[in-house]
Design a protein around this ligand. Sequence first.
Ligand code: ATP
Ligand code: MG
Length: 403
Amino acid sequence: MIFKEILVRYGELSTKGRNKKDFISRLRDNVRYSFNDIAPLKIRAERDRMFIEVENKEKFDVLMDRLPHVFGIQSISPVASCEKDLDVMKALAFEILEDYREKGDLTFKVEVHRTDKTFPLNTHELQREMGATILPNFPNFKVQVKNPDFALRIEVREDAIYMMAQVIQGAGGMPIGSNGRSLLMLSGGIDSPVAGYLMMKRGVRLDAIHFFSPPYTSDNALQKVKELANELTKFGANIRLHVIPFTELQVAVKDAVPDNMSMTSTRRMMMKVADKVREEVGALGIVTGESLGQVASQTLESLTAINDVTNTPILRPLISADKNDIIKIAKDIGTYETSIQPFEDCCTIFTPSSPKTKPKLEKVQRFESFTEFDELIDRAVKNREVYQFPQKEVKEDKFADLL
Ligand code: ATP
Ligand code: MG
């Protein structure tokens, strides 16, 4: 294999100073975490790019396959290396460029970057020498200095020559963890996993919370939510899922609040429970998959009534998104197929036939005031079950009972 390392270019080049340092060290940690299965990795992080050494083809393939999904990476390039000998350099350039021979007419340029000033040819001379050797051998190439289809970049470093041509687009965004932690309200639907993904892309680490109402909702519905949480861990961070026993609260709302306002009240209870869990896990915001106007509970009037229970920032990354665009992302990130499995989530069953699209906050508050909801909320928070994803393999300890 000719490749010795992979060059990683950072996304969000506008981040500056201290933030930039955090960005880089966070990205390095996240790469290590994401590639735990092929550890150890030798990573060299510089101010504006990072290098990952590759000792063998297996490591190289795994890295090339998964690095483009790690948030905070703008692009990657496989980098080949050889000794500082013109003939060897030409042979290596030909090997790299061979991939471009069958790709039709292409504009290209040779780009030289020389840090070893003792190298006998200067930047210009080396550029010309390599160009003059390459062009006659690749009739489909035409030199173009501005915006060529691709460039062969040659770096003359102290220890050796490094060359690269291929540039693969990365996921962009910011390294997970660089923007704190939030709690994702994860239903079994299409929207909330997408909302979680978008926040992760902005560098937010997630805990997830799910409201579960047995026996009205089946274990299959819960299983589906676990799968969704697990699928989100693909993007490079572990996720804890808090499953809230919600039946008692939901029944209490049904008893206390008229049908057409019970949806709003249910949402308010969910938000109150979520806010307590958020505080316990040290998260700063709550993320939902709400999108304006999609259903009755997602009008500005409803959102006002829901927001009324807390001052915590509620992040709604899909608020302006069309359903079709959300579906497209869900398909791209691989959560769609799981989301459309037909299991009832807790709200489908309790959904009144004609919920108010413009609930009056004072009325909802008044109906709620006759019931001691706080007690029920505390109990729901306390009795939650917590699952960790990706799921660690639990080794069966046959002797545990005997000890
Ligand atoms: P989704 O596709 O995400 O379920 P939806 O279009 O079905 O969204 P709603 O059911 O009104 O819309 O839910 C709006 C948001 O409220 C969800 O995106 C999610 O963040 C949160 N939510 C709804 N039900 C639950 C639940 N059972 N557990 C946790 N969060 C929930
Ligand atoms: Mg839903």
